[in-house]
Every structure is written in structure tokens, then in C-alpha cells.
Design a protein around this ligand. Structure first.
Ligand SMILES: NC(=O)c1ccc[n+]([C@@H]2O[C@H](COP(=O)([O-])OP(=O)(O)OC[C@H]3O[C@@H](n4cnc5c(N)ncnc54)[C@H](OP(=O)(O)O)[C@@H]3O)[C@@H](O)[C@H]2O)c1
Length: 334
């Protein structure tokens, strides 16, 4: 009998998750039924957005609230090792919304994106730069912000999974500024990712003042991963007819969100703000993956990752993500 290791929600996180909110359980793999596929997972992607469904009663149109004691839902990369589903064959590589487990059984109705059977890049890249987070950077930049050489582009969560790719994609002649949680990460985004400057959100100045010192001509395009007070400070610094791509609001996941309290400035400055969800652009994954792959091939794109090993490290990796200890995409290799 094959054993499955699962990371379950041991208790509901209070505010930012900590490692003790999660626990590894071991169980026997049940036999495969008609219509099901069995996937051996090689990598787990740690994604801030899934925190939204860890609170009691937090279910919505995207996902039901996660249950206590049940495997935590997330994105994984794996290989089909047995299939009784005609659409999937042994050897198929998948990125799927399964759970934090060594093995997943699916009836094929989960969110599944098929990957090439032979992967050109390190598998972890298909969770990051070529996965949901890299594609979020791609869609936000190419579909919404469309930065030009005249722009000052500001990106929040600039050294994270989405931000690390968004910053590099914005370098089309624009001045690119990143918001980060520490001086060390600020230095890193400039040295490694090519950002022109960093705003450290934990400094003595208010966030709005800190942005205005680094962006004295104002901000033309804002890519937001953080929301709340960060979005408020960015709106205060936006130029007339600026654009904002709203990708996420990590500062308000699982905790009461602050503001923004200056939305009327969107009217007075004629700002265009557009939210987006990458999974609704499923039909364009190949286009996005190919454009990002070209950047990896040519060396134009770096794909930084914060990688831990072993299923017992998943809880810690998830806590690290919210504490800002990740530089780049957070993944756990199983
Ligand atoms: N729209 C979509 O389809 C889509 C898809 C994927 C992800 N997303 C969104 O993209 C964002 C980034 O997600 P990710 O999984 O890639 O995480 P990430 O950016 O790799 O990590 C989150 C980062 O946010 C910063 N942060 C955490 N708490 C914060 C707070 N209270 N205030 C300000 N900054 C804080 C931390 O960096 P510092 O400490 O350095 O600031 C941390 O490293 C999330 O909002 C997520 O929901 C959206």
C-alpha cells in the first residue's frame, strides 16, 4: 500500500500564518476508481492568496472555506502515475489546484493546467516564473499597465513571486521602483532584478512620504500585490490618468483590511484601476508561458526562488512568505 503524506490545517491561523497552524498526517492511498487519475506531486507552490480560505466561513465563488484537519488546498506540480480517466495518461505533467500532499487523486474536475511532458526548465520554474505568479506578472504588465519609457512604475511586494517577475517585465525603458519590507530586500531587487530604486515600507517616513521621496515626479503605473494602506499610499502618489493593475491585497488576507480611504482620488486624477485573476485567463497560459520562457532562454529574465525541501517544511515556508523572508517565489520540493 502506498502512503500519502498530507499537510492539514491543524488550527485556523490568527493573522499571519505560523508553522504550527499546519501538521503533517500520513494515510493509506485508496484504490483508484473509474474516471480518476493519480498524481505524484514533486513541488508545492506556496501562494499568499490561499490564506483567504483558511478562516471559518470564508468560502466564496472561487473555493469553499478550508476544513480543519483536511489537507490544505494549493497549487502543486506533479506527474500522472496512474489513470482511469481517458483525458489523462501516465507521464502527463500537471500544474493543478490539488492539496499540499505527496499524492493527489482527482476526477479531472479540479483546476488543472497541463504542462509539456518534457520540461525545458527546472520543474520549480513552472510553479513560479512560468506558473500562476509569473503569469500574473505577465497579464498585469502586458494587458493592463503596458509601461512605456516615459513612465515611473511602482510595484508592491516587489521582491515576492509576482513582484520579482513584474519588476523585470516593466523594464521597457520605464523607471521601475519596488516596495519592500527591508533594506536587504531593497538592495537585492536593485542588484539582482534590475529595479531602479526601492522604497522600504518599514522606514521612519509614512509610506506616502517614502514613495514621494523616491518617485518625486509621481507614479504613472502601479502594480499592487499588497492592497490596504499600501494601495492608499500609492493612490496618493499617482499622476493624472495613471493606471493601476490590482493583482492582490496580501496585507488584508485573514485580517481586517485597512482602507484605502482616498478612492475619490481615482476620480479626480482620472486613474484607471483594473483587477484581474490569472486563472480566468486559462486559455492564454500557453501564450504567457511561451513569452516568459523566451525571457528565460535569452537570459533577460531571472527566476529567483526561495526553496525549502521536504513536506514537513511546508508550514514554515508558508509562514516565511507572510513574514517577507522569501526572496522570489516560495516553493517546497517534495
Ligand atoms: N490575481 C491573481 O490571479 C493572482 C495570482 C497569484 C498571486 N496573486 C497575488 O499576488 C500577491 C503576491 O502573492 P505571492 O504568493 O506571490 O506572495 P509573495 O509576493 O511571494 O510574498 C508576499 C510578500 O508580500 C509582502 N507582504 C506580506 N505581508 C505584507 C503586509 N502586511 N504589508 C505589506 N507587504 C506584505 C512580503 O514582502 P516584504 O516584506 O518584502 O514587503 C512578502 O514577501 C498576493 O496578493 C497574491 O494574492 C494574485
Amino acid at each position: 500500500m502506498t502512503q500519502v503524506k498530507s499537510v492539514v490545517l491543524a488550527r485556523r491561523p490568527q493573522g499571519n500564518p505560523v508553522a504550527e497552524d499546519f501538521q503533517v498526517n500520513v494515510s493509506e492511498l485508496p484504490p483508484l476508481r473509474e474516471g480518476e487519475l493519480l498524481c505524484r506531486n514533486h513541488f508545492v507552490s506556496l501562494d499568499a492568496g490561499f490564506r483567504n480560505w483558511m478562516n471559518e466561513g470564508s468560502g466564496d465563488a472561487v473555493l469553499p472555506a478550508m476544513e480543519l484537519g483536511a489537507p490544505v488546498i494549493g497549487l502543486v506540480l506533479g506527474e500522472v502515475i496512474a489513470s482511469l480517466n481517458p483525458l489523462y495518461a501516465e507521464g502527463d505533467m500537471l500544474m493543478a489546484r490539488f492539496a499540499w500532499q505527496t499524492h493527489s487523486i482527482s476526477d479531472g474536475n479540479d483546476f488543472i493546467a497541463r504542462l509539456p511532458t518534457t520540461l525545458e526548465f527546472d520543474p520549480a520554474a513552472y510553479m513560479g516564473v512560468l506558473g500562476d505568479t509569473g503569469m500574473s506578472a505577465y497579464f498585469g504588465m502586458t494587458d493592463i499597465l503596458k509601461p512605456t519609457a516615459k513612465d515611473c512604475v511602482l510595484i508592491s511586494g516587489a521582491g515576492g513571486a509576482v513582484g520579482s517577475i513584474a519588476g523585470q517585465l516593466a523594464k521597457t525603458g520605464a523607471r521601475v521602483v519596488g516596495l519592500v519590507g527591508s533594506e536587504e530586500k531593497g538592495q537585492w531587487i536593485c542588484d539582482v532584478l534590475g529595479y531602479d530604486a526601492a522604497v522600504v515600507r518599514t522606514g521612519a517616513d509614512s509610506l506616502s512620504e517614502a514613495i514621494s521621496k523616491v518617485c518625486p515626479e509621481g507614479v504613472d503605473a502601479f502594480f499592487d500585490n499588497v492592497g490596504g494602506a499600501t494601495l492608499e499610499a500609492a493612490i496618493a502618489n499617482m499622476n493624472h490618468r495613471g493606471r493601476m493593475a490590482l493583482c492582490g491585497a496580501v496585507s488584508g488576507y485573514g485580517v481586517p483590511a485597512h482602507g484605502p480611504n482616498n478612492l475619490f482620488e481615482i476620480v479626480t486624477k482620472e486613474i484607471r484601476a483594473e483587477g484581474f485573476m490569472t486563472h480566468f485567463r486559462h486559455d492564454r497560459y500557453e501564450e504567457a508561458r511561451e513569452a516568459l520562457s523566451e525571457g528565460l532562454r535569452s537570459g533577460a529574465l531571472a527566476s529567483p526562488e526561495y526553496r525549502l525541501k521536504g513536506i514537513d517544511q511546508i508550514g514554515q515556508a508558508y509562514a516565511d512568505l507572510f513574514a517577507g523572508r522569501n526572496f522570489g517565489k516560495t516553493v517546497v520540493e517534495l
